[in-house]
Design a protein around this ligand. Structure first.
Ligand SMILES: N[C@@H](CCC(=O)N[C@@H](CS)C(=O)NCC(=O)O)C(=O)O
Length: 202
């Protein structure tokens, strides 16, 4: 399999962490690519009409996107405990938490694009602040549900850790740990896992 990714992408990092945790990483060739909303990447566009990474090329020749679909696909390929829970209550709680983490990443990424890619004279600070409001509310909600991040490994732990890792990477000035001791403690422990260390964004 091939994973079309970028080292800085938190969405691609989720896939890499899941692959590492489930022993699938040796079966995946990592293919680095640069993707920005303002530059054409013909290869990515041909594989994913949305022009976004990650994209997984399976051994059957399928191009899978987005990161949620790829993670669930990979979770069907190993014989360890499932990272997408099957028991209904656990499943919907976990997927809701993972969606919150993904939404946090999306809002943070949009602010990154606004500030790092959009010409300064076109930047819209109120809009960026609105996105950062989503980030802050998501952080508060994650802190309130931090007990759901305990216990056996599941997809929401991975998604949350990658979202928080992205804030550390691109938004250090947010100082997200302030006032969020539960989340800070979760991240301190999760970030030490080999899967996280080896996928640290650069
Ligand atoms: N919902 C998608 C989001 C993927 C995404 O936004 N990836 C970014 C890189 S981190 C991207 O490819 N951006 C290019 C663009 O928005 O045109 C997923 O979970 O895979």
């Amino acid at each position: 399999m091939q994973l079309i990714h970028a080292p800085a992408s938190p969405f691609a990092r989720k896939v890499r962490v899941l692959a590492s945790e489930t022993g699938l990483l040796p079966r995946i060739e990592l293919v680095d690519t640069a993707v920005l909303p303002v530059t054409l990447n013909e290869r990515v566009n041909a594989l994913n009409p949305l022009g976004k990474i990650p994209v997984l090329l399976t051994d059957d020749g399928e191009a899978l996107f987005d990161s949620r679909v790829i993670c669930e696909y990979l979770d069907s390929l190993h014989d360890q405990p499932r990272l997408f829970p099957i028991e209904p209550t656990m499943r919907w709680r976990t997927l809701r938490l993972a969606a919150l983490a993904d939404g946090l990443m999306e809002a943070a990424l949009l602010v990154r694009y606004e500030r790092a890619v959009r010409p300064v004279e076109l930047q819209w600070n109120e809009w960026a602040e609105g996105q950062l409001g989503k980030v802050r509310r998501a952080l508060l909600a994650l802190e309130a549900h931090v007990e759901e991040l305990q216990g056996p490994l599941h997809i929401a732990q991975i998604a949350v850790a990658c979202a928080l890792g992205y804030l550390d990477f691109r938004f250090a000035e947010l100082d997200w740990r302030k006032g969020l001791p539960g989340l800070a403690s979760f991240q301190a422990s999760f970030a030490a896992r080999a899967s996280m260390v080896e996928s640290t964004p650069a």
